[in-house]
Design a protein around this ligand. Structure first.
Ligand code: ADP
Ligand code: MG
Length: 243
């Protein structure tokens, strides 16, 4: 397994005001697998991704990324796991505003204190159709273009696991489709796995498996996989789960 999550719990708040967001989430993502996570707003989808990324710590449970348990790792060690094994695509792109598209794609090298691989960055910009925008600043790009650059950035070091939190949440429908088709295609090339949160059944239908989050859990019996993954089936499951 590329990712193995067991009994993951996360509470926010203090004392009586504490709310249990995750209540024992179990989830696996296999090598090369594309897994979509759906669920109502506020259910804890971003919380789950943040924990997997090692950006926050759970109250209970375990997370293994490529066999490395995040449990008990200090901030520094978790950062190393994230840096070397994980690529992240954010809903609001998170590009650095004073860096060009190309420099943003090179950022993972700077952060890892590695020599920047300009050829790789250019390759990935080309791959997402943004090479002609290499010298543009984020403010000179549309939302969809920023997301394409951020996908190049997430993939440039060929991470084993890509996390995407509503990657099409702030792009238009046509660009969203293009982004999903592109992710599907490039993941096949790199062999990376993808864990993607989405509200869009059409996006989710591109995945190998769709799991649903409800009441702080990811019940395995309601997930959809293989040939059963299609838009109609996803809509039906969302209705059944009252999501
Ligand atoms: N840092 C935080 N401090 C307190 N509460 C938080 C924090 N982050 C998220 N929450 C709460 O946890 C719940 C789940 O949030 P989130 O994971 O962002 O949901 P989703 O991504 O599914 O919409 C929400 O009720 C949210 O208000
Ligand atoms: Mg969220």
């Amino acid at each position: 397994m590329i990712l193995s999550v067991r009994g993951l719990s996360k509470n926010y708040g203090l004392g009586d005001a504490q709310i249990a967001v995750l209540r024992g989430v179990d989830l696996d993502v296999a090598e090369g697998e594309m897994c979509a996570v759906m669920g109502p707003s506020g259910v804890g989808k971003s919380t789950l991704l943040n924990l997997v990324a090692g950006l926050d710590e759970p109250d209970d449970g375990t997370i293994e990324v490529l066999g490395t348990s995040l449990r008990g790792l200090d901030d520094r060690s978790r950062t190393l796991v994230r840096r070397d094994k994980i690529g992240i695509v954010y809903q609001f792109f998170n590009l650095v505003s004073n860096l060009t598209a190309l420099e943003n794609v090179l950022l993972p090298y700077y952060i890892a204190e590695l020599p920047p691989d300009r050829a790789a960055a250019q390759h990935w910009l080309e791959r997402v159709g943004m090479l002609k925008r290499a010298e543009h600043l984020p403010a000179q790009l549309s939302g969809g273009e920023m997301q394409l650059v951020s996908i190049a950035r997430a993939l440039v070091r060929k991470p084993a696991l890509v996390l995407a939190d509503e990657p099409t949440g702030n792009v238009n429908v046509a660009t969203g489709r293009r982004i999903l088709a592109l992710l599907r295609e490039v993941l096949k090339e790199t062999g990376s796995s993808l864990l993607m949160v989405t509200h869009n059944p059409e996006d989710a239908a591109r995945a190998d498996r769709v799991v649903f989050m409800k009441d702080g859990l990811v019940p395995p019996e309601v997930s959809i996989e293989g040939d059963a993954v299609d838009v109609a089936e996803i809509h039906q499951r969302l209705r059944e789960l009252e999501i």
